[in-house]
Design a binder for this molecule. Structure first.
Ligand code: GTP
Length: 349
């Protein structure tokens, strides 16, 4: 400790015992008794009332203030901490030293009292009167500016880190939401769209513009209950997964394959060509037939019935489904394991 009670600090690898330059003291921004007496002698006294605004942030200023009594609040805006200054503390020194400096805070009187104003003329007289003391004051003032800047940089860095962390958790939440949405849309057993997924997909397609023409292929397993009864539920699950694989293998990027529920599936084909849609339907039935030729127990597949038709993109799902279901009914009625094509023009539902 030096004789003024300030802790010695390191300076250029040496201990700095200069009480005026000690950073702690610089941070408090209070004048020494000798400084205060000299500044008070040469500055202009100014009585202030609580609530009085001395200057606003951004205003240009050339005056420095010293609090003789009362209290001043410096509000730096945003979410920065408001600083309260009391007797012998000074503010606005950059206005005096630089001239026409934009104030970085609102200065508002928090408690009535007396200020000492120092303009350039008064400061010049201070220098003439006691250059050594003014020199010490200036060193401290500069150090205070530097400390404030460093504090600001630290706060900005911390805020940046907080923002980055918030952004990271936002990304994670968005990712989770996307995953959840994907799960809600997906049939757990087969990985195809479920009915909700199909509805949402259709809503999205209607919003961005439906294809000009669509084909609907409705697929239903034949005597599927028998598979469950004969070979167990797990074997039935595997057959449903195999049907889903066939649909997935034929679906193009614009097509939608969906498990509507139980042993019923559909494939919405983005095509204006009824021949293409029919080929999709026939491929599904033929692939199921071929898989059934494999001698496997439990069976990897069961026969399927398919109803197919073209649909009007402007009509709603219920209309499409009614038409394809009529075709499916005809396929089942004829013994299943086949496609029935519902011609929209010739056989309106
Ligand atoms: N393994 C399994 N079975 C299911 C699942 N969902 C529904 N089922 C069964 O699928 C069977 C469907 O029976 P039905 O609607 O009579 O169909 P089907 O036996 O194929 O009869 P047809 O269509 O007339 O040939 C029912 O026994 C349901 O219990 C599932 O996720 N896994």
């Amino acid at each position: 400790m030096n004789r003024d009670g300030a802790a010695p600090t390191m300076k250029g690898g040496q201990f700095n015992t200069d009480p005026i330059a000690a950073p702690n003291e610089a941070a408090t921004a209070a004048l020494s008794q000798a400084e205060f007496e000299l500044f008070a002698e040469l500055g202009r006294p100014r009585a202030v009332e609580a609530g009085q605004v001395l200057f606003r942030r951004g205003e240009l200023g050339t005056t420095m203030f010293i609090v003789a009594s009362g209290a001043i609040d410096l509000d730096f805006g945003d979410d920065l901490v408001t600083k309260r200054l009391g007797p012998r503390e000074f503010f606005g020194e950059l206005g005096l030293l630089i001239g026409d400096h934009a104030r970085s805070a609102d200065a508002i009187v928090a408690g009535a009292g007396l200020l000492i104003e120092l303009r350039h003329e008064e400061f010049q007289r201070l220098v003439d009167r006691n250059p050594g003391l003014v020199c010490h004051f200036l060193r401290r003032a500069i150090m205070r500016v530097v400390l404030n800047e460093q504090g600001l940089i630290r706060r900005l860095r911390r805020r940046n880190q907080d923002l980055e962390a918030a952004l990271d958790s936002l990304y994670a939440t968005t990712h989770q939401l996307n995953q959840t949405e994907e799960l809600i849309r997906t049939d757990e057993l087969t990985g195809l769209y479920n009915r909700r997924g199909l509805t949402l997909r259709l809503q999205e397609s209607r919003a961005i513009g439906m294809p000009a023409s669509l084909g609907l292929v409705l697929v239903d397993c034949d005597r599927f209950k028998q598979v469950n009864d004969d070979h167990g539920h797990l074997a039935g699950d595997r057959v449903l997964q195999a049907v889903a694989s066939i649909l997935r293998s034929v679906a193009g990027p614009e097509d939608v394959a969906c498990r509507l529920g139980g042993d019923e599936f559909c494939l919405l084909v983005a095509s204006s060509n009824a021949g293409d849609v029919m080929r999709f339907a026939e491929f599904i039935v033929a692939t199921a037939q071929n898989l059934m030729l494999m001698p496997q127990s439990p069976p990897a597949m069961c026969p399927v019935s398919v109803g197919a038709c073209m649909v009007d993109p402007r009509a709603d799902w219920n209309d499409w489904y009614a038409r394809a279901d009529e075709a499916l009914y005809q396929a089942k009625r004829k013994g299943g394991n086949r496609v029935h094509w519902q011609d929209a023009a010739l056989e309106p539902v």
